[in-house]
Design a protein. Structure first.
Ligand SMILES: [Zn+2]
Length: 535
Protein backbone atom coordinates (compact mmCIF):
# COMPACT_ATOMS: atom_id res chain seq x y z
CA UNK A 1 0.00 0.00 0.00
CA UNK A 2 1.60 3.16 -1.10
CA UNK A 3 -0.61 6.17 -0.66
CA UNK A 4 1.05 9.23 -2.00
CA UNK A 5 -0.65 12.45 -1.20
CA UNK A 6 -0.46 14.57 -4.31
CA UNK A 7 0.29 18.25 -4.22
CA UNK A 8 1.83 20.48 -1.65
CA UNK A 9 0.16 20.41 1.71
CA UNK A 10 -2.03 23.32 2.60
CA UNK A 11 -2.84 24.10 -1.03
CA UNK A 12 -6.36 24.29 -2.40
CA UNK A 13 -5.53 22.41 -5.56
CA UNK A 14 -3.68 19.10 -5.55
CA UNK A 15 -1.49 17.76 -8.35
CA UNK A 16 -4.38 15.51 -9.14
CA UNK A 17 -6.64 18.54 -9.58
CA UNK A 18 -4.11 20.45 -11.66
CA UNK A 19 -3.54 17.55 -14.03
CA UNK A 20 -7.20 17.74 -15.01
CA UNK A 21 -7.22 21.49 -15.45
CA UNK A 22 -6.98 22.60 -19.04
CA UNK A 23 -8.78 24.93 -21.47
CA UNK A 24 -11.56 22.42 -21.94
CA UNK A 25 -12.13 22.12 -18.20
CA UNK A 26 -12.22 25.92 -17.85
CA UNK A 27 -14.74 26.19 -20.69
CA UNK A 28 -17.17 24.13 -18.58
CA UNK A 29 -17.21 26.65 -15.73
CA UNK A 30 -19.64 29.51 -15.23
CA UNK A 31 -18.00 32.96 -14.79
CA UNK A 32 -18.63 32.77 -11.00
CA UNK A 33 -17.06 29.33 -10.79
CA UNK A 34 -14.10 30.46 -12.85
CA UNK A 35 -13.61 33.50 -10.62
CA UNK A 36 -13.72 31.31 -7.48
CA UNK A 37 -11.17 28.97 -9.04
CA UNK A 38 -8.92 31.89 -9.95
CA UNK A 39 -8.86 33.18 -6.38
CA UNK A 40 -7.96 29.69 -5.12
CA UNK A 41 -5.21 29.45 -7.74
CA UNK A 42 -3.84 32.88 -6.77
CA UNK A 43 -3.72 31.89 -3.09
CA UNK A 44 -1.90 28.70 -3.99
CA UNK A 45 0.53 30.60 -6.20
CA UNK A 46 1.37 33.10 -3.44
CA UNK A 47 1.91 30.27 -1.02
CA UNK A 48 4.13 28.41 -3.47
CA UNK A 49 6.20 31.56 -4.13
CA UNK A 50 6.71 32.12 -0.40
CA UNK A 51 7.92 28.57 0.00
CA UNK A 52 10.29 28.94 -2.92
CA UNK A 53 11.80 32.00 -1.25
CA UNK A 54 12.16 30.23 2.10
CA UNK A 55 15.68 29.64 3.36
CA UNK A 56 17.23 29.15 6.79
CA UNK A 57 17.60 32.90 7.34
CA UNK A 58 13.95 33.72 6.86
CA UNK A 59 12.07 30.55 7.73
CA UNK A 60 10.58 30.72 11.15
CA UNK A 61 11.65 27.40 12.57
CA UNK A 62 15.11 26.17 11.63
CA UNK A 63 15.58 22.53 12.60
CA UNK A 64 17.70 23.20 15.65
CA UNK A 65 15.35 25.67 17.27
CA UNK A 66 14.18 24.35 20.59
CA UNK A 67 11.39 26.77 21.37
CA UNK A 68 10.41 30.21 20.11
CA UNK A 69 11.01 31.76 23.51
CA UNK A 70 14.63 30.66 23.34
CA UNK A 71 15.45 32.88 20.41
CA UNK A 72 18.17 34.87 22.11
CA UNK A 73 20.09 31.72 22.88
CA UNK A 74 23.03 31.28 20.57
CA UNK A 75 22.46 28.44 18.17
CA UNK A 76 24.88 25.64 18.65
CA UNK A 77 25.81 23.76 15.55
CA UNK A 78 23.93 20.52 15.60
CA UNK A 79 26.20 17.56 15.89
CA UNK A 80 25.36 15.02 13.24
CA UNK A 81 23.40 12.29 14.89
CA UNK A 82 25.11 9.07 14.17
CA UNK A 83 22.61 6.43 14.93
CA UNK A 84 23.76 3.70 17.19
CA UNK A 85 22.37 0.27 16.73
CA UNK A 86 18.79 -0.12 17.66
CA UNK A 87 17.81 -2.47 20.41
CA UNK A 88 16.54 -4.91 17.84
CA UNK A 89 19.98 -5.37 16.43
CA UNK A 90 21.70 -5.94 19.70
CA UNK A 91 20.58 -9.22 21.10
CA UNK A 92 21.15 -9.33 24.82
CA UNK A 93 21.93 -5.65 24.93
CA UNK A 94 18.51 -4.58 26.01
CA UNK A 95 18.94 -3.03 29.39
CA UNK A 96 17.19 -0.40 31.42
CA UNK A 97 19.85 2.01 30.33
CA UNK A 98 18.37 2.07 26.85
CA UNK A 99 14.95 2.94 28.08
CA UNK A 100 14.69 6.43 26.70
CA UNK A 101 17.14 5.90 23.94
CA UNK A 102 16.09 7.78 20.90
CA UNK A 103 15.98 5.91 17.71
CA UNK A 104 17.24 7.58 14.66
CA UNK A 105 14.42 9.38 12.92
CA UNK A 106 12.97 7.09 10.33
CA UNK A 107 13.49 8.16 6.74
CA UNK A 108 10.30 6.53 5.63
CA UNK A 109 6.93 6.71 7.21
CA UNK A 110 4.92 3.49 7.43
CA UNK A 111 3.37 4.00 4.07
CA UNK A 112 6.58 4.79 2.30
CA UNK A 113 6.17 8.53 1.95
CA UNK A 114 9.53 10.16 1.79
CA UNK A 115 10.03 12.39 4.79
CA UNK A 116 12.30 15.38 4.83
CA UNK A 117 15.80 14.22 5.28
CA UNK A 118 17.66 16.26 7.87
CA UNK A 119 21.22 17.06 6.96
CA UNK A 120 23.91 14.91 8.46
CA UNK A 121 21.81 11.84 8.95
CA UNK A 122 22.52 8.65 7.22
CA UNK A 123 19.81 6.68 5.52
CA UNK A 124 18.31 3.59 6.93
CA UNK A 125 20.89 0.87 7.26
CA UNK A 126 20.43 -2.67 6.15
CA UNK A 127 18.65 -4.66 8.77
CA UNK A 128 17.40 -1.63 10.65
CA UNK A 129 13.82 -1.93 11.79
CA UNK A 130 11.47 -0.64 9.14
CA UNK A 131 7.89 0.35 9.50
CA UNK A 132 6.37 -2.16 7.20
CA UNK A 133 3.96 -4.36 8.95
CA UNK A 134 4.44 -8.04 8.41
CA UNK A 135 1.46 -9.00 10.49
CA UNK A 136 -1.92 -9.63 8.88
CA UNK A 137 -4.81 -8.64 11.11
CA UNK A 138 -8.48 -8.92 10.16
CA UNK A 139 -10.20 -5.74 8.98
CA UNK A 140 -12.88 -4.86 11.53
CA UNK A 141 -14.41 -1.92 9.76
CA UNK A 142 -14.27 0.10 6.58
CA UNK A 143 -14.59 3.83 6.56
CA UNK A 144 -15.24 5.61 3.29
CA UNK A 145 -14.10 9.19 2.71
CA UNK A 146 -15.70 11.07 -0.18
CA UNK A 147 -15.11 14.67 -1.29
CA UNK A 148 -17.80 17.07 -0.09
CA UNK A 149 -17.54 19.48 -2.98
CA UNK A 150 -15.73 19.97 -6.25
CA UNK A 151 -12.17 21.25 -5.91
CA UNK A 152 -12.54 23.32 -9.08
CA UNK A 153 -16.06 24.74 -9.27
CA UNK A 154 -17.15 24.29 -5.66
CA UNK A 155 -20.32 22.35 -6.54
CA UNK A 156 -21.52 20.18 -3.62
CA UNK A 157 -20.95 16.48 -4.31
CA UNK A 158 -22.93 13.55 -2.93
CA UNK A 159 -23.81 9.91 -3.51
CA UNK A 160 -25.76 10.79 -6.66
CA UNK A 161 -22.50 11.57 -8.47
CA UNK A 162 -20.29 8.99 -10.08
CA UNK A 163 -17.66 7.90 -7.60
CA UNK A 164 -14.76 5.43 -7.34
CA UNK A 165 -12.17 4.47 -4.76
CA UNK A 166 -8.74 5.88 -5.56
CA UNK A 167 -6.80 4.75 -2.50
CA UNK A 168 -7.00 3.17 0.91
CA UNK A 169 -4.91 2.71 4.02
CA UNK A 170 -5.22 0.82 7.27
CA UNK A 171 -5.30 2.22 10.78
CA UNK A 172 -4.81 0.23 13.96
CA UNK A 173 -6.34 1.79 17.01
CA UNK A 174 -7.62 1.05 20.48
CA UNK A 175 -11.35 1.56 20.92
CA UNK A 176 -13.69 0.98 23.89
CA UNK A 177 -14.93 -2.61 23.96
CA UNK A 178 -18.27 -3.11 22.24
CA UNK A 179 -20.15 -4.10 25.38
CA UNK A 180 -19.51 -0.66 26.82
CA UNK A 181 -17.17 -2.18 29.40
CA UNK A 182 -14.06 -0.59 30.70
CA UNK A 183 -11.54 -2.27 28.43
CA UNK A 184 -10.03 -1.31 25.12
CA UNK A 185 -9.85 -3.53 22.08
CA UNK A 186 -7.59 -3.38 19.05
CA UNK A 187 -9.41 -2.55 15.88
CA UNK A 188 -8.19 -2.33 12.33
CA UNK A 189 -10.05 0.07 10.08
CA UNK A 190 -9.66 0.28 6.35
CA UNK A 191 -9.98 3.90 5.28
CA UNK A 192 -11.07 4.14 1.67
CA UNK A 193 -10.69 7.42 -0.20
CA UNK A 194 -13.02 8.17 -3.08
CA UNK A 195 -12.88 10.45 -6.06
CA UNK A 196 -16.14 11.86 -7.36
CA UNK A 197 -17.02 13.22 -10.77
CA UNK A 198 -18.54 16.68 -10.78
CA UNK A 199 -20.95 17.81 -13.55
CA UNK A 200 -18.18 20.28 -14.55
CA UNK A 201 -16.07 17.29 -15.55
CA UNK A 202 -13.58 17.39 -12.68
CA UNK A 203 -12.70 14.37 -10.52
CA UNK A 204 -12.29 15.60 -6.93
CA UNK A 205 -10.52 13.47 -4.36
CA UNK A 206 -10.92 12.97 -0.63
CA UNK A 207 -7.51 12.78 1.02
CA UNK A 208 -6.27 11.89 4.49
CA UNK A 209 -5.87 14.95 6.69
CA UNK A 210 -2.45 16.27 7.50
CA UNK A 211 -0.71 19.11 9.21
CA UNK A 212 1.60 21.41 7.25
CA UNK A 213 5.30 20.63 7.15
CA UNK A 214 7.31 22.05 10.00
CA UNK A 215 11.03 22.30 9.38
CA UNK A 216 11.78 21.79 13.05
CA UNK A 217 10.21 18.33 13.08
CA UNK A 218 11.30 15.39 10.96
CA UNK A 219 8.12 13.54 11.84
CA UNK A 220 4.83 13.87 9.97
CA UNK A 221 1.52 14.70 11.57
CA UNK A 222 -0.92 12.90 9.32
CA UNK A 223 -4.00 10.70 9.31
CA UNK A 224 -2.16 8.46 6.93
CA UNK A 225 -0.49 6.61 9.76
CA UNK A 226 -0.71 3.00 10.84
CA UNK A 227 -1.24 3.91 14.50
CA UNK A 228 -4.51 5.61 15.37
CA UNK A 229 -4.61 8.53 17.82
CA UNK A 230 -5.55 6.47 20.89
CA UNK A 231 -2.87 3.88 20.16
CA UNK A 232 -0.33 6.71 19.90
CA UNK A 233 -1.48 8.10 23.26
CA UNK A 234 -1.30 4.57 24.72
CA UNK A 235 2.29 4.21 23.49
CA UNK A 236 3.13 7.60 25.07
CA UNK A 237 1.66 6.40 28.37
CA UNK A 238 3.95 3.36 28.23
CA UNK A 239 7.09 5.30 27.35
CA UNK A 240 6.61 8.57 29.28
CA UNK A 241 4.54 7.57 32.26
CA UNK A 242 5.48 3.91 32.71
CA UNK A 243 9.02 4.67 31.59
CA UNK A 244 9.33 1.61 29.36
CA UNK A 245 12.05 1.43 26.76
CA UNK A 246 10.97 1.36 23.12
CA UNK A 247 11.97 -2.31 23.01
CA UNK A 248 9.84 -3.13 26.04
CA UNK A 249 6.84 -1.29 24.61
CA UNK A 250 7.21 -3.42 21.48
CA UNK A 251 7.32 -6.54 23.63
CA UNK A 252 4.30 -5.41 25.63
CA UNK A 253 2.21 -4.60 22.55
CA UNK A 254 3.08 -7.96 21.06
CA UNK A 255 2.47 -9.99 24.23
CA UNK A 256 -0.73 -8.32 25.37
CA UNK A 257 -2.38 -6.88 22.27
CA UNK A 258 -0.99 -9.13 19.57
CA UNK A 259 0.37 -6.09 17.76
CA UNK A 260 3.65 -6.44 16.01
CA UNK A 261 5.20 -3.02 15.49
CA UNK A 262 8.82 -1.89 15.24
CA UNK A 263 10.65 0.19 17.84
CA UNK A 264 11.14 2.82 15.12
CA UNK A 265 7.36 3.09 14.72
CA UNK A 266 7.01 3.42 18.51
CA UNK A 267 9.59 6.20 18.52
CA UNK A 268 7.82 7.89 15.63
CA UNK A 269 4.53 7.79 17.55
CA UNK A 270 6.13 9.49 20.56
CA UNK A 271 7.63 12.23 18.41
CA UNK A 272 4.40 12.73 16.48
CA UNK A 273 2.48 13.11 19.75
CA UNK A 274 5.03 15.65 20.96
CA UNK A 275 4.75 17.60 17.74
CA UNK A 276 0.96 17.55 18.11
CA UNK A 277 1.06 19.08 21.61
CA UNK A 278 3.77 21.64 20.86
CA UNK A 279 1.31 24.54 20.35
CA UNK A 280 -0.50 23.62 23.58
CA UNK A 281 2.77 23.88 25.51
CA UNK A 282 4.12 26.95 23.74
CA UNK A 283 0.89 28.88 23.97
CA UNK A 284 -1.43 27.66 26.68
CA UNK A 285 0.95 26.24 29.29
CA UNK A 286 3.62 28.91 28.80
CA UNK A 287 1.05 31.70 29.08
CA UNK A 288 -0.40 30.18 32.24
CA UNK A 289 3.00 29.89 33.92
CA UNK A 290 3.93 33.44 32.93
CA UNK A 291 0.80 34.97 34.39
CA UNK A 292 0.50 33.34 37.78
CA UNK A 293 0.90 34.99 41.15
CA UNK A 294 3.07 32.18 42.42
CA UNK A 295 5.34 29.85 40.46
CA UNK A 296 7.91 27.29 41.55
CA UNK A 297 11.10 26.56 39.63
CA UNK A 298 13.78 23.93 39.87
CA UNK A 299 16.36 22.39 37.58
CA UNK A 300 18.32 19.19 37.30
CA UNK A 301 21.01 17.97 34.96
CA UNK A 302 20.06 16.24 31.73
CA UNK A 303 22.13 14.39 29.18
CA UNK A 304 21.54 14.57 25.46
CA UNK A 305 23.90 12.39 23.49
CA UNK A 306 26.81 13.13 25.82
CA UNK A 307 25.99 16.84 26.03
CA UNK A 308 25.27 18.20 29.50
CA UNK A 309 22.02 20.15 29.60
CA UNK A 310 19.47 21.03 32.26
CA UNK A 311 15.91 19.96 32.67
CA UNK A 312 14.03 22.96 34.02
CA UNK A 313 10.60 22.85 35.55
CA UNK A 314 8.31 25.83 36.12
CA UNK A 315 5.12 24.92 37.87
CA UNK A 316 2.09 26.64 39.38
CA UNK A 317 -1.33 25.61 40.66
CA UNK A 318 -2.73 24.68 37.25
CA UNK A 319 0.18 24.07 34.87
CA UNK A 320 3.67 22.66 34.67
CA UNK A 321 6.22 23.50 32.01
CA UNK A 322 9.35 21.47 31.34
CA UNK A 323 12.12 22.64 29.11
CA UNK A 324 15.58 21.28 28.46
CA UNK A 325 18.33 23.75 27.77
CA UNK A 326 21.42 25.32 29.15
CA UNK A 327 21.74 26.56 32.68
CA UNK A 328 21.64 30.27 32.00
CA UNK A 329 19.77 33.31 33.18
CA UNK A 330 18.33 33.64 29.68
CA UNK A 331 16.46 30.37 30.19
CA UNK A 332 14.63 31.85 33.16
CA UNK A 333 13.92 35.10 31.33
CA UNK A 334 12.71 33.34 28.23
CA UNK A 335 10.34 31.09 30.09
CA UNK A 336 8.93 33.69 32.47
CA UNK A 337 9.09 36.52 29.96
CA UNK A 338 10.07 40.12 30.54
CA UNK A 339 7.29 41.16 32.80
CA UNK A 340 6.83 38.28 35.21
CA UNK A 341 4.96 39.89 38.08
CA UNK A 342 4.42 36.93 40.39
CA UNK A 343 6.40 35.32 43.16
CA UNK A 344 8.95 32.70 42.22
CA UNK A 345 10.00 29.98 44.63
CA UNK A 346 13.38 28.60 43.61
CA UNK A 347 16.71 27.35 44.84
CA UNK A 348 19.67 29.66 45.28
CA UNK A 349 20.90 29.35 41.73
CA UNK A 350 22.06 32.80 40.59
CA UNK A 351 20.05 32.72 37.38
CA UNK A 352 16.91 33.48 39.38
CA UNK A 353 18.35 36.46 41.25
CA UNK A 354 17.22 39.17 38.86
CA UNK A 355 13.57 38.55 39.67
CA UNK A 356 12.02 41.05 42.09
CA UNK A 357 9.72 38.75 43.99
CA UNK A 358 11.64 35.69 44.98
CA UNK A 359 11.17 33.07 47.67
CA UNK A 360 13.61 30.51 48.99
CA UNK A 361 12.86 27.02 50.17
CA UNK A 362 13.34 26.82 53.94
CA UNK A 363 13.45 23.00 54.29
CA UNK A 364 16.44 23.15 51.94
CA UNK A 365 18.29 25.36 54.46
CA UNK A 366 17.02 23.27 57.38
CA UNK A 367 18.65 20.18 55.88
CA UNK A 368 22.00 21.95 55.60
CA UNK A 369 21.77 23.46 59.08
CA UNK A 370 20.89 20.09 60.57
CA UNK A 371 23.92 18.48 58.94
CA UNK A 372 26.11 21.21 60.47
CA UNK A 373 24.52 20.83 63.87
CA UNK A 374 25.12 17.08 63.80
CA UNK A 375 28.71 17.51 62.59
CA UNK A 376 31.91 17.70 64.61
CA UNK A 377 33.00 21.25 64.01
CA UNK A 378 32.24 23.44 67.04
CA UNK A 379 31.67 26.57 64.93
CA UNK A 380 29.41 24.65 62.56
CA UNK A 381 27.38 23.13 65.39
CA UNK A 382 26.68 26.58 66.83
CA UNK A 383 25.69 28.08 63.48
CA UNK A 384 23.55 25.04 62.62
CA UNK A 385 21.68 25.31 65.94
CA UNK A 386 21.22 29.04 65.50
CA UNK A 387 19.81 28.74 61.98
CA UNK A 388 17.47 25.92 63.01
CA UNK A 389 16.15 27.95 65.97
CA UNK A 390 15.50 31.02 63.84
CA UNK A 391 13.73 29.06 61.10
CA UNK A 392 11.63 27.13 63.64
CA UNK A 393 10.51 30.40 65.29
CA UNK A 394 9.81 31.96 61.93
CA UNK A 395 7.79 29.00 60.65
CA UNK A 396 5.76 28.92 63.83
CA UNK A 397 5.01 32.64 63.44
CA UNK A 398 3.98 32.10 59.81
CA UNK A 399 1.66 29.21 60.65
CA UNK A 400 0.00 31.28 63.37
CA UNK A 401 -0.38 34.28 61.09
CA UNK A 402 -2.11 32.20 58.39
CA UNK A 403 -5.84 32.52 58.77
CA UNK A 404 -5.42 35.22 61.42
CA UNK A 405 -6.27 38.84 60.55
CA UNK A 406 -3.39 40.58 58.72
CA UNK A 407 -0.91 42.33 60.97
CA UNK A 408 0.71 44.58 58.40
CA UNK A 409 4.48 44.65 58.84
CA UNK A 410 4.11 43.49 62.45
CA UNK A 411 5.56 40.02 62.00
CA UNK A 412 8.73 41.22 60.38
CA UNK A 413 9.21 43.98 62.97
CA UNK A 414 8.60 41.63 65.89
CA UNK A 415 11.31 39.23 64.66
CA UNK A 416 13.81 41.86 63.54
CA UNK A 417 16.15 41.45 66.56
CA UNK A 418 16.28 37.68 65.99
CA UNK A 419 17.14 38.17 62.32
CA UNK A 420 19.72 40.86 63.11
CA UNK A 421 21.50 38.48 65.47
CA UNK A 422 21.59 35.76 62.80
CA UNK A 423 22.80 38.27 60.21
CA UNK A 424 25.68 39.22 62.46
CA UNK A 425 26.52 35.57 63.05
CA UNK A 426 26.55 34.86 59.32
CA UNK A 427 28.71 37.90 58.55
CA UNK A 428 31.20 36.71 61.14
CA UNK A 429 31.47 33.27 59.52
CA UNK A 430 31.29 34.37 55.89
CA UNK A 431 35.08 34.24 55.69
CA UNK A 432 35.54 31.67 58.44
CA UNK A 433 37.83 28.65 58.39
CA UNK A 434 35.18 25.92 58.38
CA UNK A 435 34.07 25.44 54.79
CA UNK A 436 30.54 24.13 55.43
CA UNK A 437 29.72 26.90 57.91
CA UNK A 438 31.15 29.43 55.48
CA UNK A 439 29.02 28.00 52.66
CA UNK A 440 25.79 28.14 54.66
CA UNK A 441 26.53 31.65 55.97
CA UNK A 442 27.19 32.87 52.44
CA UNK A 443 24.12 31.16 51.02
CA UNK A 444 21.98 32.96 53.60
CA UNK A 445 23.72 36.29 53.05
CA UNK A 446 23.44 36.08 49.26
CA UNK A 447 19.66 35.83 49.44
CA UNK A 448 19.11 37.36 52.86
CA UNK A 449 15.76 39.12 52.43
CA UNK A 450 14.39 36.40 50.20
CA UNK A 451 14.42 33.92 53.08
CA UNK A 452 12.30 36.13 55.34
CA UNK A 453 9.76 37.38 52.79
CA UNK A 454 7.20 34.97 54.26
CA UNK A 455 7.11 37.13 57.41
CA UNK A 456 5.59 39.91 55.31
CA UNK A 457 3.44 37.49 53.30
CA UNK A 458 2.60 34.54 55.54
CA UNK A 459 0.35 32.96 52.91
CA UNK A 460 3.28 32.35 50.59
CA UNK A 461 4.77 28.84 50.73
CA UNK A 462 7.75 27.84 52.87
CA UNK A 463 9.14 25.13 50.62
CA UNK A 464 9.77 24.33 46.98
CA UNK A 465 8.07 20.93 47.24
CA UNK A 466 5.81 21.66 44.27
CA UNK A 467 8.71 21.93 41.83
CA UNK A 468 10.67 19.12 43.42
CA UNK A 469 7.66 16.84 43.19
CA UNK A 470 7.08 17.78 39.56
CA UNK A 471 10.68 16.88 38.71
CA UNK A 472 10.81 13.61 40.63
CA UNK A 473 9.14 11.33 38.07
CA UNK A 474 11.28 12.67 35.25
CA UNK A 475 14.47 12.46 37.27
CA UNK A 476 13.80 8.72 37.59
CA UNK A 477 13.13 8.57 33.86
CA UNK A 478 16.49 10.22 33.26
CA UNK A 479 18.25 7.81 35.57
CA UNK A 480 16.70 4.82 33.80
CA UNK A 481 17.09 6.15 30.30
CA UNK A 482 20.32 8.11 30.68
CA UNK A 483 18.79 11.13 28.99
CA UNK A 484 17.92 11.45 25.33
CA UNK A 485 19.85 10.94 22.12
CA UNK A 486 18.72 13.66 19.77
CA UNK A 487 17.61 17.27 19.94
CA UNK A 488 14.17 16.22 18.71
CA UNK A 489 14.00 13.44 21.28
CA UNK A 490 14.82 15.90 24.06
CA UNK A 491 12.20 18.35 22.84
CA UNK A 492 9.61 15.56 22.55
CA UNK A 493 10.38 14.48 26.12
CA UNK A 494 9.90 17.97 27.58
CA UNK A 495 6.74 18.70 25.56
CA UNK A 496 5.00 15.48 26.53
CA UNK A 497 6.13 15.81 30.16
CA UNK A 498 4.61 19.32 30.25
CA UNK A 499 1.22 18.16 29.00
CA UNK A 500 1.17 15.02 31.16
CA UNK A 501 2.10 16.91 34.35
CA UNK A 502 -0.29 19.77 33.59
CA UNK A 503 -3.19 17.33 33.19
CA UNK A 504 -2.18 15.57 36.40
CA UNK A 505 -2.08 18.95 38.19
CA UNK A 506 -5.64 19.47 37.02
CA UNK A 507 -6.71 15.99 38.17
CA UNK A 508 -7.53 15.00 34.61
CA UNK A 509 -6.21 11.94 32.80
CA UNK A 510 -3.80 13.15 30.11
CA UNK A 511 -4.39 10.27 27.69
CA UNK A 512 -7.86 10.98 26.24
CA UNK A 513 -6.78 14.60 25.82
CA UNK A 514 -3.54 13.57 24.13
CA UNK A 515 -5.48 11.31 21.74
CA UNK A 516 -7.86 14.19 20.96
CA UNK A 517 -4.99 16.59 20.23
CA UNK A 518 -3.33 14.07 17.93
CA UNK A 519 -6.63 13.41 16.11
CA UNK A 520 -7.31 17.11 15.55
CA UNK A 521 -3.78 18.07 14.57
CA UNK A 522 -3.62 15.16 12.11
CA UNK A 523 -6.56 16.77 10.35
CA UNK A 524 -4.60 20.03 10.17
CA UNK A 525 -6.88 21.59 12.80
CA UNK A 526 -5.76 23.52 15.89
CA UNK A 527 -5.22 21.57 19.11
CA UNK A 528 -8.19 21.62 21.50
CA UNK A 529 -7.61 23.59 24.72
CA UNK A 530 -6.31 21.82 27.81
CA UNK A 531 -8.97 20.29 30.05
CA UNK A 532 -10.08 22.60 32.86
CA UNK A 533 -9.05 21.56 36.38
CA UNK A 534 -11.41 18.89 37.76
CA UNK A 535 -13.12 20.04 40.92
ZN1 LIG B 1 -16.92 21.01 -10.51
Amino acid sequence: MNLRVPGIRGMHLSDHDLRQLDEAALANLTPEQARALLSKAIEDLKRARERLAQNPTNSSRPPSTRAPWEQSEAQEPEAPVVSTQSAEEKPGAESESESESEQKEPQKSPKGKATEKPAGRAGRRKGAPGHSRTQQLPIDAEQPHAPQCCAICGEPLDASHQSRAHNAHYVLDLVPSAAGGSGLVVRQTKHIYFETLCPCGHWSRALPGRCDEDASWSVQLSECHLAGATLVAFICALTQRMRLSRAKVREFLSDWLGLSVSTALINQCVHEAARAVEPVVEQEILTTVRNVELAYADETSWKEHGKLLWLWVFTCATATLFIVGRRTREMVQQVLGEGFGGWLMSDGYWAYRELDQRLRCLPHIIRKARALEEGFDAEGRVLGRHVLDVIATLMQAVYEARGAPPQGGGLRKRHAPMLDALLEHCLRLADGRHDKSRALARELLNDWDTFWVVLDHPDLPLSNNEAERALRHWVIARRIGMGTRTEQGTRAFALLASVIETCRKRNVSPWPYLAKVIGQRRKGLPAPPLPAPAT
